[in-house]
Ligand binder design. Sequence first.
Ligand code: GLA
Length: 419
Amino acid sequence: MYGTRSIFLGGLCLLLLLQVLPVAVGLDNGLALKPPMGWMSWERFRCITDCKLYPNECISENLFRRHADLLVSEGYADAGYEYVIIDDCWLEKNRDNDTQKLVPDRKRFPNGLNSLADHIHDKGLKFGLYQDFGTNTCAGYPGVIKHMQLDAQTFADWDVDYVKLDGCYANLTDMVNGYPEFGRLLNETGRPMVYSCSWPAYQEEAGEMPDYESLKKHCNLWRNWDDIDDSLESLMQIIDYFGKNQDRIQPHGGPGHWNDPDMLLLGNYGLSYDQSKLQMAIWAIMAAPLIMSNDLAEVRPEIKAILQNRDVIAVDQDELGIQGRRVLTRNLIEVWKRPITPVTKGGEHSYAVAFVSRRDDGAPYRIPFTVKDLGLNNAKGYKVQDLYSSRQLGVYQTDSQFITRVNPNGVTFYKFTAL
Ligand code: GLA
């Protein structure tokens, strides 16, 4: 029989043991059950800090207030875009001398981040903020590494809802424990914050294999690879990276934990109308976060229509959260496909299917496939809808011929609903 004393001692030992052993606590914050949607400053506004020269473009309170307003007034919020995220270059170069707290640039954020957060929240939106795991952010502002607990608490005090943690000026070896640790500290504040990690992008750059199991456990989303720039070339490099490495990347995306191919370029200078449709379709296939980076006051109506296309957004936000894949390439036309809802009683998925042209030989390219060539084998066939024109194209059986015609460097995008 065990006496009270030995039970007490046993309990004490267990307590001590728990304190000594590293307890693996995952992020598990219940957030980002669908790929986050929103707007972020970096791709379009970079590190413009001269507000005298560029009052509408500098990284400042004004820029983020203006974009919170525009997200609502231009209809983006209704379409699902939610987070307003400050990227790099929002800080003073030094921490506060006494408290060691981070200080937002006093000239560009004269009212502090709480008042900006209030404005964003009053609009029904959520507030995101960039920081860096290392000694400095990529643009040279102070990073979190020596002040992780203080900074996590400061973010919570500023009513932050989303944190992007970059990885410049840090050792790769420190990231393995450091990123999970910062996630844990964010959680400990008690304020739910989406946690976006850039750690695997730095590992890839150094030729190291990211640990996806750890990422899934500790981050809501993660940047897998290079930064996107405002060109078709940059876009296609990223798409190719995800296509080539899909066997090891695709299985890990899902509700609460997403692969992030970086921001949407739509509304800027580098992509044509067709190329804009292409990025939006492939991001939807990849279950990617839909984070715009553009001047929402300048987006042309036809590009805005792509960004707000409800059918395409519904693919991206599909509740199953299964990331799609590049399944075949024929005559320089790539077929990308993603299993989505509705699922039949017999368990057959519906699919979003994108045909991406890597051709530039002038005319739109006409190409036939049988439905089963596309790997669609539902015995009762599929009802097909063109997602960009909303047109219903009728019912196709597995041995029906499906013909599409894709513009050079463009896309056609369909939903095959299983019957
Ligand atoms: C890195 C990130 C970008 C952006 C910049 C800011 O390059 O990958 O997304 O945050 O830093 O300096």
